[in-house]
Design a protein around this ligand. Structure first.
Ligand code: FAD
Ligand code: EPU
Length: 352
């Protein structure tokens, strides 16, 4: 009888065993999940969570797998979040509120906004992954972070089996940080996010990096949401490796924030060291890519992996690397940067 119940559950939830995760993470690692299922509605999500709780399974939620490094096969249940749907839920004269289900691809949401000429997320065009993971590390690019447009999210609390709403403040966003990486870690499954975008009076941000220069090259005179999005896409495609071609998870480390006093000392020694203002008093953000490049890692291949030739902060799998090869490379880079600059790099990627 018990066996029949399990068999029925497996069928209903479409549970796969020993599922390869090769195509479910962007590092292109040859790893497997002991159990795997893909959910496309909240009711199935509840059933699967129930099942995992009653069988004491380790649980992992996966979006696009673009910010994760598996160092071993996953000995538990992986839930691929495929909740879908994007809708406008509220509108005023100047703003629009858009709700996206967690399994929607982030760039599809950006395109939806761009096609409607709604402003706010165009600088975050082409960031890989799903909407549900975007609040995890408060994704950001080209001078804009998710928190700048974020209204709220809904998340299923595993322990209580109840959906809660989190406001912007409750998410405790910071640079590549949120409550979901700390006290709420592993406790919630984000099911949707809601963003507030502009219909009029867009606040374009073109100061960061190469945006202005690229817009000039594109001969743009009257700025639009779409043109900024196009410029960002152009820059990103010229610098960052496409995970479909070369396995990677974007920046492997965060850009460190150091005391401005230390930064000034280092700047005397290394006049070309880039530094950016930080929202934290007395701190300066520095470019981890620059530190790594100075230590001679940029473009260096170590066995099957290495640091990318155009962006030292991106670690890549040239084919056949294991998660531990990449982790060892990351550790060697951390040690080498510390030896030279006495600065500790912190991983941005979630290491499992
Ligand atoms: P996953 O890798 O699937 O998951 C990441 C973490 O979130 C895991 O711990 C997972 O368990 C958890 N998680 C996922 N979904 C949920 C959910 N619904 N509920 C609860 N927990 C969940 N990031 C930036 O911020 N800016 C960039 O410019 C940027 N550029 C990138 C460029 C490249 C080429 C690549 C490969 C990555 C880049 N990233 C960037 C990193 C990555 O795209 C983002 O972190 C993205 O938000 C990850 O989404 P994902 O769906 O792939 O998350
Ligand atoms: N730099 C080097 N050598 C390198 C790379 C960078 O010297 O190999 C220096 C240069 O001075 C460059 C500066 O670092 O001007 C900044 O480089 P870049 O503009 O490429 O940005 P980044 O700081 O390396 C951050 C994010 C990216 C995001 C870009 C654009 C982090 C950890 N990374 O990278 O996010 O796309 O800015 O906003 O904050 C990600 O999080 O995965 C990611 C790709």
């Amino acid at each position: 009888m018990l066996q029949v119940t399990f068999a029925t559950l497996f069928l209903v939830m479409n549970l796969q065993t020993e599922q390869s995760l090769y195509t479910y993470q962007t590092f292109g690692l040859d790893i497997t999940a002991k159990e795997f299922t893909e959910i496309s509605n909240v009711s199935d999500l509840k059933d699967v969570v129930n099942y995992s709780k009653s069988h004491n399974k380790k649980l992992l939620i996966l979006g696009g797998g673009s910010n994760i490094l598996f160092t071993q096969d996953f000995d538990g249940l992986v839930i691929k979040n495929s909740l879908k749907g994007i809708e406008k839920i509220k509108e005023t004269e100047h703003h629009v509120w858009v709700k996206a289900a967690a399994g929607e691809v982030w760039h599809q949401l950006v395109l939806y906004a761009v096609n409607n000429n709604w402003g706010g997320i165009e600088n975050m065009s082409l960031i890989p992954g799903c909407c549900g993971a975007a609040p995890m590390q408060n994704i950001g690019a080209y001078g804009v972070e998710l928190k700048d447009v974020f209204e709220s999210l809904e998340a299923y609390k595993i322990e209580e089996q109840h959906i809660y709403t989190f406001t912007n403040e409750e998410c405790k966003f910071g640079y590549r940080e949120s409550v979901f990486k700390h006290e709420a870690k592993g406790k919630y499954i984000i099911t949707s996010i809601t963003l507030r975008l502009t219909k009029t009076w867009h606040q374009f941000k073109t100061d960061y990096g190469d945006i202005k220069h690229t817009l000039e090259e594109m001969q743009v005179n009257d700025l639009t949401v779409k043109e900024i999005s196009d410029a960002v896409i152009k820059i990103r495609q010229s610098k960052l490796p496409d995970p479909k071609v070369l396995g990677n998870a974007g920046s492997f480390f965060k850009n460190p924030e150091i005391d401005t006093e230390l930064y000034n000392k280092l700047k005397n020694k290394y006049p070309l060291m880039p530094g950016y203002p930080s929202p934290h008093l007395g701190k300066t953000k520095i470019a981890a890519g620059w530190l790594i490049e100075q230590c001679g890692w940029k473009g260096k291949k170590v066995g099957p992996c290495g640091s990318h030739e155009k962006q030292a902060l991106v670690l890549v799998n040239y084919g056949g690397a294991t998660g531990n090869d990449i982790l060892q490379l990351a550790k060697d880079i951390i040690a080498s940067v510390y030896q030279t600059f006495e600065i500790s790099l912190q991983p941005e990627v979630n290491i499992i």
